[in-house]
Design a protein around this ligand. Structure first.
Ligand code: 6R9
Length: 767
């Protein structure tokens, strides 16, 4: 299917699928509710301060206005009504898990009265200053994607321009293999666009990276010039040890400036980086090494996170032993000495293979020719969890990813050249790829890289950093917001934070009380929050507020980014119109989309394009309210989202059953106050083995060892038997209810092969 022609754009009028514009003539979404609907205000109920503004009929902002609707008071019954109706959605993704129902209930209850308008000053200077402006741009992006994205792409450096056909896509498995291409034939280099282009534009002396160490007294910085030189030295070294265009390089580094530097050096010479989060275990690292067979592994000896020293080199050593056993031996392990964490002499070493970064890299020239790449040449691999035990190697290519990350960064954070930007994500996850490294650097931004833990030396550390560097855009995860919120406002109010302008959230749905705290306490009710919904697979933001453009609803990711056509489908794959709940899919491609799963295009099609033919299926559930706002409701597959990290239940189960005393395991997600979801594992032991506290600890340790500490189960529940259907399928629905102690909601258990196991499990809860 060739798509240089324009798809039809339909802007529904009221009630229909898609967007509604809050403007004065259409007062529906923000007008004051009728008197009789008002209820008593709950005691202790949080109140959000509303930035009172409104829109003129031409869509421009006006206000603060005395006619701004007063907030509607909320009653308990309002609240519960929403929880109940959302928990029992008649169609779509089926019933929403309890936590999400509560979150949604909270959200939807607040949605009716808490419409947060951007303030006039903010909108006045915003890149997208009104819903009308957004709609104008959005409409063009959908009606003429080729023109819209070509115009933006032209702002980057291309050695050769892309071919006439700006993009090609087939998302429909019924029409042949799934294929997505953007700017094919265009020749560019993302490192050149991040660094050389910005230096040539006069930003050479601008700070590219600030580094803040784990200990507050250690810090560093690099200008765009400095960074370019260091990237070139590393690129030259890599070339010298034989890394060529298309070769994989595995990177296992903590948050040092050397991490984005390494990614850029790989990109400069056309090598494909595969960054592995430095919290993964040796076994997980080995698995990724075996899958992509790198020429070189780049790591550092150790890192301090809070008071703890983590010996990364030992983990890499163990991984390299494991991968060699599988026939993949790596000749070069470039090791950065992180002197604040560990001295050289204490580092384990293998002569001939290991080499100190500081001994070799600085000797290379500070300039290095760019390896020009086709827009569709691979840029990086990043493994992510799926619903089987084997992680998926998500593959992103060069040109479309470059254009998309840069554009989403610019608009979703309303980026200005004077901004200082801090994203707390680690570069081991997609957020660190797109929004610590590539997106901001492509915009010539000043970025903070933080090595440490957000609560070390105390819970005020984030705001200390914000004040120290005058951070204006702060992008983080709901789990961090919730944990800092629990530690009290005192840690926040102690610091000025007056440099903050825009806040951001990513990784999981942000529940409205966390949203409100983030908005009111951290942002002093001044800063819009960009709640960005996206995925490793999407490369960049898909549904996100544009600060200054839209009134916000706490907990809603609001509307699609330019060029993105989200649809909500029911279980038959039919698009559902208007206010609804169902599976979130995307129709039509966008430049930042992943192109395949490394070495397994069939799995790519099966996982993402076969469930609902014609669409990309995200794996998430979503509700759309009457105003077209999107509310993400969490994963609908066997993936648990722990503190924003995706963990496949199958991966944890396979780690558990590798323990010699564990015969069978079934893992489910349960709500967790801080992490969003926690991991709850039911384990059946081998005949003759007794359950004990020691065994419980060993099982948890096994998972830590095989996957990483972040995947350790919060609960182990001894299960002499598991609830199974007569065909042997584990009824996870029942396990979820037992895990969350919703024992009156177990439903019909009579179809189980042995219904008595349910009572047995209930009796063993808490053992
Ligand atoms: C960027 C990232 C993707 C999954 C995704 C969804 C959840 C991410 C969210 C969100 C609600 C948001 N998710 N952002 N849910 N609101 N703003 O996190 O990528 O690690 O691949 O996870 O995270 O469930 O499907 P990734």
């Amino acid at each position: 299917m060739i798509c240089s022609s324009s798809p039809k754009f339909v802007l529904p009028s009221g009630g229909g699928r898609g967007l509604r514009v809050p403007s004065l003539p259409d007062r529906e979404i923000w007008s004051a509710p009728p008197e009789e609907e008002e209820g008593e205000e709950e005691e202790g109920e949080e109140k959000i301060s509303v930035m009172a503004s409104s829109y003129d009929s031409d869509g421009s902002l006006r206000g603060p206005s005395s006619s701004y609707p007063p907030s509607k008071k909320l009653t308990t019954s309002n609240y519960l009504r929403h929880v109940e109706s959302m928990a029992k959605v008649p169609s779509g993704a089926g019933s929403i898990p309890h936590l999400n129902a509560v979150i949604l209930g909270e959200s939807l209850a607040s949605e009716e009265n808490d419409l947060i308008f951007p303030n006039v000053e903010f909108s006045g200077q915003a890149l997208v200053s009104s819903p009308q402006k957004y709609l104008e741009m959005y409409k063009r992006s959908i009606e003429d994607p080729a023109g819209f994205w070509s115009d933006i792409a032209s702002e980057f450096y291309w050695k050769e321009k892309w071919s006439k056909e700006v993009y090609y896509q087939n998302l429909d498995v019924r029409e042949g293999p799934v294929k997505i291409e953007w700017f094919k034939g265009g020749v560019t280099n993302i490192c050149y666009n991040c660094l050389d282009r910005n230096v040539e534009a006069g930003l050479g002396e601008k700070i590219a990276l600030y580094w803040e160490g784990n200990e507050p007294e250690f810090d560093g910085k690099l200008t765009y010039n400095n960074l370019l030189h260091k990237v070139c030295q590393l690129a030259n070294y890599l070339k010298d040890v034989g890394v060529k265009k298309g070769d994989a390089v595995v990177v296992y580094l903590p948050m040092l400036m050397e991490l984005p530097m390494t990614m850029l050096a790989c990109a400069r010479i056309g090598a494909v980086h595969s960054v592995v989060f430095a919290g993964f275990s040796a076994e997980s690292l080995a698995q990724r090494i075996v899958d992509c067979k790198p020429k070189v592994v780049i790591t550092c000896n150790a890192v301090k996170r809070g008071p703890k020293v983590i010996n990364l080199k030992e983990i890499v050593d163990a991984a390299l032993v494991d991968s060699a056993k599988e026939g993949i031996s790596v000749d070069t392990c470039l090791t950065y000495e992180n002197p604040t964490a560990m001295k050289r002499e204490n580092t384990t070493w293998k002569e001939g293979r290991d080499i100190w970064w500081q001994d070799v890299v600085p000797r290379y020239p500070t300039n290095c020719d760019v390896e020009w790449a086709d827009a569709e040449d691979p840029l990086f691999l990043l493994y992510t969890s799926g619903s089987t035990g084997k992680p998926k190697g998500v593959l992103h290519t060069t040109g479309g990813y470059m254009v998309y990350t840069a554009t989403t960064f610019k608009y979703a954070f309303d980026y200005k050249p004077s901004d200082v930007y801090w994203c707390t994500a680690d570069c081991g996850w997609i957020t660190g790829h797109s929004y610590v490294s590539y997106g901001p650097l492509l915009n010539g931004a000043t970025v903070i890289i933080f090595e440490g833990a957000p609560n070390y030396p105390d819970s005020g550390r984030c705001w200390d950093i914000v004040d120290k560097y005058k951070v204006s855009i702060f992008y983080t995860a709901p789990t961090l917001v919730r944990s800092l919120m629990r530690d009290g406002d005192g840690y926040v109010s102690k610091y000025s934070r007056k440099s903050l302008r825009v806040l951001g959230s990513v990784g999981e749905p942000i529940n409205p009380s966390a949203w409100r705290w983030f908005f009111n306490v951290v942002g002093d009710s001044r800063c819009p929050i960009s709640d960005t919904w996206w995925q490793t697979e999407t490369g960049g933001f898909m549904i996100s507020p544009l600060p200054g453009a839209w009134p916000q609803k706490p907990g809603s990711a609001t509307f699609p980014f330019f060029g993105v056509q989200p649809v909500i489908v029911d279980e038959k794959g039919q698009e559902i119109e208007g206010e609804c709940s169902g599976y979130l899919c995307v129709k039509s491609s966008w430049p930042g989309a992943f192109r395949t799963l490394y070495g397994d295009h069939e799995r790519y099609e099966t996982t993402y394009f076969k469930p609902f033919p014609g669409y990309y299926f995200s794996g998430d559930g979503c509700s759309r309210d009457k105003d077209g706002y999107h509310w993400l409701t969490g994963r609908v597959d066997d993936v648990i989202n722990v503190s924003g990290h995706r963990i496949g239940t199958a991966e944890v189960e396979s780690a558990l059953v590798s323990h010699p005393h564990c015969a069978e395991a079934a893992v489910v997600g349960v709500e967790h106050e801080v992490k969003g979801q926690g991991i709850y594992a039911f384990v059946t032991l081998v005949e003759g083995v007794d359950y004990s506290e020691e065994l419980r600890r060993n099982l948890i340790l096994t998972v830590r060892k095989q996957i990483g500490a972040f995947a350790a189960p919060d609960n182990i529940h001894w299960a002499p038997g598991l609830p199974k259907t007569r065909s042997g399928k584990i009824m996870r629905r029942i396990l979820r209810k037992i895990a969350s102690r919703q024992l009156d909601e177990l439903g019909d258990t009579s179809t189980l092969a042995d219904p008595s196991v349910v009572d047995q499990l209930i009796a063993l809860a808490g053992v």
